[in-house]
Design a protein around this ligand. Sequence first.
Ligand SMILES: [Zn+2]
Ligand SMILES: [Zn+2]
Ligand SMILES: [Zn+2]
Length: 511
Amino acid sequence: MTVPAVTLTPRPDDGLGAGASAGAILELAARGDFHRWEAQLAATGHCASPIRLQGRIDAIDRATGQARVMYDTDSEPGGVLRIACGNRREHACPACSAVYKNDARQIIRSGLTGGKGIPDTIATHPCVFATLTAPGFGPVHTTRTDRHGRKLPCRPRRDANQRRCPHGRDISCSRTHPDDDPRLGQPMCPDCYDYTGHVLFNACGPDLWRRFTIYLPRQLARLVGITQKDLRDQVSVRFVKVAEYQTRGVVHYHAIIRLDAPGQDYQPPVARYTAALLGYAIRRAAAAVSIDTAAHLTRLNLKAAGTDDTAAVPVVGPDLARILRFGTQVDVRTVRTGISLPGTGSELSAQAVANYIAKYATKTIDAPGLPHRPVNGPRAIAALRCGAHYKRLISVCWELGKHPATAQLGLNRWTHMLGYRGHFLTKSQRYSTTFTGLRQSRITYRRAQRYPDGEKDPWGREIREQTVLVISKWQYAGTGHVTTAESQLALAAAARARDHDRIAREEAWMN
Ligand SMILES: [Zn+2]
Ligand SMILES: [Zn+2]
Ligand SMILES: [Zn+2]
């Protein structure tokens, strides 16, 4: 009997119900098929909630018509094959989200320094790290620094007349908030704060970003003095971007934006396209782009109603009409090469940028008490343990989801995201490699390890489409581990594997 080399510390709060008894775990480990179960688990990357499949693969000899079984889940532990759930959320599956995060890091890094099929010369292309912020929706407690990085008071006001808002609240703050101050991001007057504008900005953020990516080449062409068509023959704008929540609960974007020559071979653009020029175009595009919510919502409503008669769709009243723009604080820094524009700050190393941006790949909101799933209705919102500001944002999301004019934003499904409906990581085609590409190379690698001499058919020949017909039949048999003992062993093994990966990665990066 082999006892698995993992330390098990069942916790009552691990969401798995009562902990498995030591007896149940020993019983699992003593089973004849334990090793096969362990191997399946390892093949899923120690997924916390694997998808169970039943099925078989048959091979038919095309010449003789003879059929033989290549694989049958009947021979597997529990009669099922387990495959990874692939969930990107850390709370849903720590193992699969770690795989996703690592892939994201590889995608980001290879676009900066090469590797994974991208030439190393990519590091010489004009490339910037840009941060596009959200605008203000009312005064909030904040941290500010001067040019030398020294901390400044939050919102000092010398004149007593300027200190009161129309609601009579003091909207000055002479404190210098520490970084973990729970007041940070909280409005000084909730009644002055534009909660509707804030939620609409989160909800329309992906559209605003999309418009920015359309404006950017336009600005580049204008700066160089050529048409957009000519620009397309000279240069391609490629990017990867992540969304991050600021403490006030509004999304802003960090992006790596790079210029390549057109085409698929990652060649540098002609010399006139510098990082400085790119930075200048980014600032102009960010300043120019906007969304008029009245027009935008009306367009969505017309589309949903399948009409072009504006009288037939809800009127977007002044309560919902906003002009959404990026904030004025657009930060653009050159990544390693090229000349910085005056006042754009220091250059950044590719490694620092990759680390910084990868951090956000699987992260959602980092605020205590914010739910993982949509919150439905006022009672559920009132029961949340988060602060009043987030509660109010969630409420507004809920109300806008019910409002006929904003119904098309589907905000009731995004209450827990404070209205943000987009992905946390998006990239242009050919920024670098893809998630699919990385997954495929893992499959190829595993197959090569499993069949060092090539995969054989049931007659011992090399598998060829011309000689055998391979038929697979699969059927869904459930999700998750079957017993508590299995769940706990899987979680413990996953934690151990992640530690191992983390140490290996840190060691690799230090050298
Ligand atoms: Zn999983
Ligand atoms: Zn303050
Ligand atoms: Zn006020």
